[in-house]
Design a protein. Structure first.
Length: 227
């Protein structure tokens, strides 16, 4: 894991009062091609950090956003935004003044994210640093977060890391707070994927599994995890 950043970290981004101008018509296609290339290369070079060969589809992103109540959230965290497939769908739902903390450990993905969202303050650190990130911005290290949208490849992690990240997540969420995460259907064939499903139940009061999103590569489903 990366060492802790100095206390003078970037300020959290708050939701704008008015939407920014939309991208040009060709922008989505350009981002899609660039995102796929970045994901494929990082998956080949860092399989323990990147669990996918392509960015998540807009269909999966919509399911993820539907699983959390962003419109009423005051503090929102995104784990592993990668190239921003979920971020693009999160931002329009944030009310003015909401603190948004995207956290990305992979430096190549972080660079891609910053090019795509230059106005956002990205924390290029481990999710395990979340308590310190919150404290650096005057928020309680525990019980401050309303919603977490996670793009982490849980099925690629050993049990020690799964539990460490879940410890941080449970502590950060307010009572009743929600983490939305997803897993590929094929991950349930792996030992680590089944283990995550089992141990996650130890950390949350309720976990709901959504329907399979077939229009994603590979097909995936969403876990809605309630603190």
């Amino acid at each position: 894991m990366v060492p802790l950043a100095p206390p003078e970290g970037p300020a959290p981004v708050t939701a704008p009062h008015s939407p920014s101008p939309g991208p040009p018509p060709h922008a989505h296609a350009q981002r899609s091609r660039g995102g796929r290339r970045s994901f494929l290369w990082q998956w080949l070079s860092r399989p323990g950090q990147i669990g996918a060969v392509a960015p998540s589809s807009r269909h999966l992103a919509r399911r993820m956003v539907e699983a959390v109540d962003l419109e009423r959230a005051s503090v929102v965290v995104e784990y592993g935004p990668g190239t921003g497939a979920f971020t693009e769908h999160i931002l329009p739902h944030l009310r003015p003044g909401t603190a948004f903390f995207p956290i990305e450990l992979n430096p190549t993905m972080a660079a891609h994210f910053r090019r795509r969202f230059p106005a956002l303050a990205l924390h290029e650190r481990s999710v395990e640093d979340l308590p310190h990130i919150l404290a650096e911005h005057g928020l309680p290290a525990g019980g401050a977060v309303d919603s977490i949208v996670s793009g982490l490849p849980w099925a690629a992690f050993p049990e020690t890391l799964q539990r460490s990240l879940l410890d941080v997540t449970r502590a950060a969420l307010k009572p009743g707070g929600v983490m939305a995460t997803f897993t590929y259907n094929t991950s349930m064939l792996t030992r680590a994927g089944r283990r995550f499903a089992r141990i996650a139940a130890e950390y949350f009061a309720r976990i709901e599994r959504g329907p399979t999103v077939l229009r994603n590569m590979p097909p995936a489903f969403v876990y809605r995890c309630v603190r």
